[in-house]
Design a protein around this ligand. Structure first.
Ligand code: NDP
Length: 503
């Protein structure tokens, strides 16, 4: 094994003087970092290095990779205070929420590491009656080099959903973090380098959208994309040029459904945390709520009471600022449209937007065709709609083009309602629990994307299955040969009728 020195190891491409971009903290507006804008040639060079590193990484046993991934997990856990502060600085969420995000991400990393061999390793499968002479097996092989493109809203949890599973499966990775959180991306790669110093198994490239586009057009073998549906479509179009497979973890417009028999206080608590935490900048955020008419008034009062205690503030707020300056205008447009179409503000409203801080805003009587109900708002807002039955609620949830997650509150009928929802995940009587159980897959349908991170499906996402057979003895019925006799045909015909013709 050749161990490279720091000087030899080309983690960050610095072959020429590159233009840079600044990162501004949304808390203060101050410049908190400056990073190179990598061009297509830099991206291609990183991918070439990743391919060379992959020869070593993919040849390790699952146990050897697990040892290194466990060491990385230890580095992240020990550095969690510093990392949470960096997340806070770059994208504005409270430090304690950053620590929660890191804790959740580490659970998934641990699961991927522990289960990679069981899910992906070589295993025998049973042949059929007609193929009894074959020993059949399957194993899941790494694609090679995976490009990971991540968002800023959960700059640890979301990219690690791809990084952990791609690496555990034997891939090397070139990671393009969001332009809002490049420091977090570098922190992760630096921690990885400390425990895997031998080869550049995980590299970070930085830049704006064009750098991400260059990664899609590079020689990567798969792209794991997490971000908006609009960008996801551009990523798919670029990847189509080389038939590069893609994982699409896109936006959402998740609903929370409250049945007549629900614990109303608990449902309100879930709606408030689900809708307002991280200032609503969560792909799985609750953005719309459908409540049975018999508990509607109580639910609205409880949500307003609880939401009034949540303040967006740079210093000690339960929520932080809106990270992307352009998103403030989207939130304003959604509230304006809701009011124009007959919606009522019961908390917050347009006055709640001051600079890049948005105070909790609760809207009722908002028509289904308004922006605030139909489109992803990505702010600390909730629409609450009265329904006469759970049939109506299910119909309204499923009418949206997104299908990421949903939450149902009901003492008796939770499972029955949940099973009718067309979303990648459903949590009953708790918010978003399916995203925290490591053995469960996470992902969406419709405009929320396709493919999965987490769980066995997340491991398989970054590998391809290779089917193998070994002939143990010649088949008494030699079918795939020109030497096939009329007698063989006759026996095969009788057998097929016996096996399938009785149905
Ligand atoms: P964007 O779609 O704006 O950006 C996502 C990533 O794509 C960023 O790294 C961005 O780089 C990059 N990018 C931009 N343009 C291109 C391009 N043409 N080709 C390749 N890459 C490109 O999303 P946000 O960062 O604003 O994240 C918020 C969105 O992510 C929301 O819609 C949210 O719902 C979704 N999301 C989905 C999750 C899920 O699990 N389904 C989880 C978390 C978020 P740059 O930042 O430099 O522009």
């Amino acid at each position: 094994m050749t161990v490279q020195t720091d000087a030899q190891r080309p983690r960050i491409v610095k072959t020429k003087t590159l233009p840079t971009f600044d990162v501004h903290s949304p808390l203060t507006g101050a410049v908190v970092g400056s990073y190179p804008i990598h061009e297509a040639s830099d991206v291609d060079a990183a991918v070439a290095r990743a391919r060379a590193a992959g020869e070593w990484w993919s040849a390790l046993t699952f146990a050897e990779r697990a040892k290194r991934l466990d060491a990385w997990r230890g580095e992240i856990a020990r550095g969690a205070d510093e990392l949470a502060l960096l997340i806070n600085t770059e994208m504005g969420k409270p430090v304690s929420d950053g620590k929660l995000e890191i804790a959740m991400a580490l659970e998934h990393l641990a699961w991927a590491t522990r289960n990679a061999e069981k899910v992906l390793g070589h295993r025998s499968v049973s042949p059929s009656l007609l193929t009894l002479n074959q020993a059949a097996s399957v194993e899941f092989l790494p694609y090679g080099v995976v490009g990971v493109i991540g968002p800023w809203n959960y700059p640890i949890f979301t990219p690690l959903g791809s990084l952990s599973f791609a690496l555990a499966g034997g891939n090397t990775v070139v990671f393009k973090p969001s332009e809002f959180t490049p420091g977090v991306g570098h922190w992760l790669a630096d921690a990885f380098d400390r425990v895997v110093p031998e080869h550049p198994v995980l590299q970070v490239i930085t830049g704006l959208g064009d750098t991400g586009a260059a990664l899609c057009r590079s020689a990567v073998d798969k792209i794991g994309f997490t971000g908006s549906t609009t960008t996801g479509k551009k990523v798919m179009a670029a990847c189509a040029e080389n038939l590069t497979p893609v994982l699409m973890e896109c936006g959402g417009k998740d609903a929370l459904v409250v049945d007549a028999d629900a614990d109303v206080v608990a449902a309100a608590d879930a709606a408030v945390w689900g809708g307002l935490s991280n200032a609503g900048q969560t792909c799985l955020a609750v953005e719309r709520v459908y409540v049975h008419q018999s508990v509607y008034q109580r639910f609205v009062s409880e949500v307003v009471k609880q939401s009034a205690k949540v303040r967006a503030d740079a210093d000690d707020g339960l929520i932080g600022p809106i990270t992307m300056p352009s998103q403030v205008e989207v939130i304003r447009a959604h509230i304006t449209d809701a009011i124009a179409k007959g919606g009522r503000v019961v908390l917050g409203g347009l006055d709640a937007i001051v600079g890049n801080f948005v105070q909790p805003t609760i809207l009722v009587d908002v028509p289904e065709d308004s922006l605030a109900v139909a489109e992803e708002t990505f702010g600390p807002t909730l629409t609450i709609t009265k329904v006469t039955s759970m049939d109506e609620a299910v119909g309204l949830v499923n009418a949206n083009r997104y299908g990421l997650g949903a939450t149902v509150f009901s003492r008796k009928n939770g499972e029955a309602i949940a099973r009718r929802l067309r979303t990648g995940g459903v949590a009953i009587n708790a918010f978003v629990a399916y995203a925290t159980v490591p053995s469960l897959p996470l992902g969406g349908v419709g405009d929320s994307g396709f493919g999965r991170v987490h769980g066995p499906e997340g491991l398989k996402e970054f590998t391809f299955p290779r089917a193998m057979t070994r002939q143990r003895f010649p088949s008494p019925l030699a079918l795939t040969t020109f030497a096939r006799s009329a007698r063989t045909d006759a026996i095969a015909g009788t057998l097929v009728k016996f096996l399938h013709g009785r149905n």
